[in-house]
Design a protein around this ligand. Structure first.
Ligand code: ASP
Ligand code: MG
Length: 408
């Protein structure tokens, strides 16, 4: 192992372990918390690791910037390119402050934007996908013994435009960098100490899940669980990078409480989790050729589809609104052909083989009947059973499903 602080580039045999850490908005919400994050990064560096820390915008900064954009856009849609110029600044503020805090603690560090880190994306502004990562500058700085702080959630397109990666995109920055650097681990710090069987604020007896597979976490993320961004899990799965989800507020420890996500999780056979997505809309079309008319309208709207069912005279779809800043305008267009409802929630139970047993569908039906919940629509995938309900009964639905599937 090379000396800490050595300026000599490390050869493969003396290479320090590379740890990529990601800190979410609540971890750096104010100066005091930012200082604690700096302490954790410094401790990780002093333990003999190379550290790359990806940071989100402080607290609710992104929401605040988006609100300003909507205000100045009057009743129109803010142009997506300008939105990217705007919201990418949130992470730049956090990265530079964090680097200053680390240097104040006597450790060398440098901050980079996504573009400086070689994160190349397509040109879909506000919801871009990473195409490749060329982290040469990071590698050079690590070799100089520096900690590298990276602004999450952003990259640069082939047209040299700044892009952002969709809400919650800092996770994707972290995992894609971990993959490109062949990191030893990727730690994701937030205000919760891992993944639970439900949101503990809604379901008081939710249980901590110590481990799970990429597949399960990805399905949960698609079902609206705000643990780790779905694209980030996809990167982790493809590159085989284990994710360690921890709380930023726990004391620094060698044996922290955490959820480990990896390809093989031998003890996950009974891991089940209930999630709820309120950032959705349900669309219904009646009459001749209803399924095709609805699908054609959705094609134009480019909103991610969560559920769809259709028969001759009736079709129904549920779409995700999380990365749709122009939803009011899109909604106005869709309302010409469909009945659009936003007062709905998409509630799912995710678990290994959950939809391969008829008994599980019956258990779901019984749990809903017992709680007096009438589902508006249903859908399922191999690892997921989902229903759409009126948002007023979303919490009661989660508790009923958790009682039947997790504690049942
Ligand atoms: N700041 C961005 C957001 O709030 C990205 C992130 O937090 O990962 O969505
Ligand atoms: Mg965030």
């Amino acid at each position: 192992m090379s000396q800490l602080g050595s300026n000599a580039p490390s050869s493969p045999s003396t290479r320090r372990p590379i740890v990529v850490q990601k800190y979410g908005g609540s971890s750096v919400a104010d100066v005091e918390r930012l200082g604690r994050v700096a302490d954790r990064i410094v401790a990780t560096r002093r333990a003999g690791n190379d550290v790359v820390a990806v940071v989100s915008a402080m607290g609710k900064t992104t929401d605040g910037l988006l609100a300003l954009a909507r205000e100045v856009a009057l009743s129109g849609e803010p142009p997506r390119r300008e939105l990217d110029m705007l919201v990418s600044t949130g992470e730049r503020v956090a990265m530079s402050l964090l680097s200053i805090a680390i240097q104040a603690r006597g450790v060398e560090s440098i901050s980079f934007t996504g573009s400086q880190c070689g994160i190349i994306t397509n040109d879909r502004h506000f919801d871009a996908r990473i195409i490749e990562v060329r982290p040469h500058r990071i590698e050079d700085e690590l070799a100089r013994g520096r900690v590298v702080i990276v602004a999450g959630y952003q990259g640069v397109s082939y047209r040299r435009e700044i892009t952002t990666l969709g809400r919650g995109g800092s996770d994707t920055t972290a995992v894609s960098l971990a993959a490109a650097l062949s990191a030893d681990r990727c730690e994701i710090y937030s205000d919760v100490d891992g993944v639970y069987s439900a949101d503990p604020r809604v379901v008081p007896d939710a249980q901590h899940l110590p481990e799970m597979t990429f597949d399960m976490l990805q399905e949960m993320a698609h079902a609206g669980a705000k643990v780790v961004n779905a694209h980030a899990v996809e990167w982790a799965r493809r590159a085989g990078i284990a994710i360690f989800a921890r709380s930023t507020f726990d004391p620094i420890s060698d044996t922290p409480k955490e959820t480990v996500v990896r390809a093989n999780a031998p003890n996950d056979a009974f891991a089940r989790s209930v999630s709820c997505d309120r950032d959705v809309a349900m669309l219904e079309v009646r009459g001749e050729d209803a399924p095709n008319r609805l699908l054609a309208a959705l094609e134009g709207a480019a909103l991610p589809l969560l559920a769809f069912d259709g028969a001759a005279g009736h079709a129904r779809a549920v779409v995700s609104l999380i990365s749709a800043p122009d939803w009011p305008a899109t909604r106005a267009v869709l309302e010409h052909i469909a009945c659009v409802r936003c007062d709905v929630a998409f509630v799912s139970v995710v678990g290994p083989a959950i939809a391969s047993e008829p008994a599980h569908f019956m258990a779901l039906g019984r749990a809903l009947a017992l709680a007096d919940v009438v589902p508006l629509a249903q859908s399922f995938g191999p690892l997921r059973l989902s229903i759409v309900v009126d948002v007023k009964v979303a919490d009661a639905t989660q508790r009923a499903i958790h009682a039947a599937f997790v504690n049942g």
